[in-house]
Write a protein that binds this ligand. Structure first.
Ligand code: ACO
Length: 329
């Protein structure tokens, strides 16, 4: 059995945060942000938007596009670094909003979360003899960013994207190969220090701003390029293909310079690399599916294309997958 992608959907908040607006908030310039990151604007959750509300909107669109009903969904996985609340898991709210009663769980692997849930969803589809698994990457990173930290507030945006995975015959399009990894020795490079078991929230942690994301950007950058390139190569080897077979490379949208460096080392030209970071910034677990969905909707990715996805994130995690785009006929 192979997991193919039967439907996809996206949701982004209406509100845009431009570099010009950030110039007024922190000591930065449009020129610096564009040159160092490639980002021009990001979407920011409005008052009524939450991680679950964006996930529900994206999930609804994906279910509709797949031509199925909520009753057909056998399992829901939500990848997020910005859950609706600590307990219960975000999937409980999303499942309720979508009208599901199937099992659900959240998956935390930072910005690599979507590829992790794609692989997990495909494996459970096979192991459990399921028909449909709904995987959603959803984030409201604007809610965990220190608005005064110019090293992070320029990077992140909000959004969600969902894929319906469908059980298909072995020779159908779908997930061909993957690679997952995590180097926990680098866990301190990127994270939210307070609010968990190690450091419960207290007035003191709040005074110190420890509820916000902290990042050692340069070191994350250095490791990200290496992780994406090595993981992508491993995945292609496992799929029995080479970079010249790749029709579309869809990297995690964290920084245009990381994307260009990885594509360059993999010898994949930029005109076969999907980039939307200029308009959405880094949307973490939503970034890769958002970029794929856009490229499918505007006709760049078409049936039969070999799509290579690769991401990295807090942990530090990395994850890549090779997909043959299309649905079993
Ligand atoms: N505007 C103007 N100047 C700035 C800004 C800003 N927004 N931010 C930093 N600077 C300054 C620094 O203070 C520093 O000044 P100094 O030389 O006087 O000390 C200078 O610019 C260079 O700073 P660097 O940190 O070296 O800048 P760099 O080129 O590395 O860019 C960035 C910083 C954009 C954060 C980059 O390191 C990056 O993108 N790293 C990867 C981040 C990433 O991918 N994170 C996502 C992880 S995925 C997840 O799971 C969430």
């Amino acid at each position: 059995m192979r997991a193919s992608i039967a439907g996809w959907g996206t949701a982004v908040p209406e509100q845009r945060l431009t570099n010009a607006e950030l110039e007024r908030r922190v000591d930065t310039t449009d020129e610096w942000i564009v040159e160092r990151t490639g980002i021009r604007e990001r979407r920011i959750a409005g008052e009524g938007d939450t991680t679950a509300s964006l996930a529900i909107e994206a999930g609804t669109a994906a279910i509709k596009q797949a031509g199925i009903t909520p009753e057909d969904v056998d399992l829901l996985i939500v990848a997020t670094a910005t859950p609706e609340q600590p307990i219960p898991h975000t999937g409980a709210f999303v499942g309720e909003g979508l009208g599901l009663r199937c099992g659900s769980f959240d998956l935390g692997a930072g910005c690599a979360g979507f590829v992790y849930e794609l692989v997990t969803g495909a494996a459970l589809l096979q192991a459990g003899n399921l028909d449909y698994v709904l995987v959603i990457g959803a984030e409201t990173l604007s809610r965990i960013i220190d608005p005064t930290d110019r090293g992070t507030c320029i990077l992140f945006g909000d959004g969600a994207a969902a894929f319906v995975l469908e059980a298909s015959p072995d020779d159908a399009p779908g997930l061909l190969a993957w690679d997952l990894g995590c180097d926990g020795s680098a866990a301190g490079l990127l994270g939210i220090p307070a609010g968990g078991s190690r450091m419960p929230t207290t007035p003191e942690t709040i005074n110190q701003g420890l509820q916000y994301l902290k990042m050692q950007g340069q070191e994350v950058f250095r490791r990200a390029v290496r992780a994406v390139v090595e993981s992508a190569r491993t995945t292609l080897e496992r799929a029995g293909v080479t970079t010249s077979d790749v029709d579309w490379f869809v990297p995690h949208q964290a920084n245009l310079r990381i994307i260009e460096a990885a594509a360059n080392r993999l010898k994949i030209p930029m005109d076969r690399t999907i980039v939307n970071i200029d308009r959405f910034g880094n949307t973490s677990a939503a970034s890769i599916p958002l970029a794929i969905a856009e490229a499918v909707d505007d006709g760049r990715i078409t049936d039969g294309d070999l799509v290579l996805v690769s991401g990295f994130g807090a942990g530090m995690t990395w994850a890549s997958a090779a997909l043959r785009w299309g649905r079993a006929s």
